[in-house]
Design a protein around this ligand. Sequence first.
Ligand SMILES: [Zn+2]
Length: 221
Amino acid sequence: MSIFNAITNFFSKSPKNEQQKEADKIAKDAWLKNENAKWNLNFLMSLEWKRYEEICKELLTIRENGKLKVELTKIGADGGIDLKITDKKNKLVGVGQCKAYNSKITVEKIRELFGIMASENAEKGYFFTTSSFTNDCIQFAKEKKIELIDGNQQIKIIQSFTQQQQNQLYKMATEGDYTTPTCPKCDQKMVKRIGKEKGNEFWGCLNYPRCKNILQMRKVN
Ligand SMILES: [Zn+2]
């Protein structure tokens, strides 16, 4: 490259860099705006169950201002508890469940949670779901320290966070493959399979036939 070309390049590049920076900023702003707009119920429902649990955990951590420690766990008689909430002194103060369901949560599930609260000596119970609760659930949870958080409420809670927190949560929610469910037993992504008889699609485990776990496909409305 001649010196003349180098100088021309230099001068033609500088304004372009500024323009590029400006364009990048506009694109980034648009991306951020778009990103925030995506925190809605449909998006929440598109998350696979494990990612959903992680988002519930993070949501509670942010809402409690880091005063409580929230962990994903499997405790209770049959591993029925997804969230373990402890205070600064490591004392168990709450347990929670996260259900990425399409259908309404019935009162049996809330009774189950209440039972685990008693057996684990946890003061508070949290029940998160992408769907909603039957009236029986709401009646049962009344005057008990059980917080029922349905999909719409979760979105409201997230929207009450700062822009930065919302973006951070969104980034966490969408990292990598966030829609293919994880095998609850093997902790690895499942694969789409087609039923031999009915030709229906479902999620099967990669470790089949060693693991025969299957999950139904969830439909996002
Ligand atoms: Zn498996």
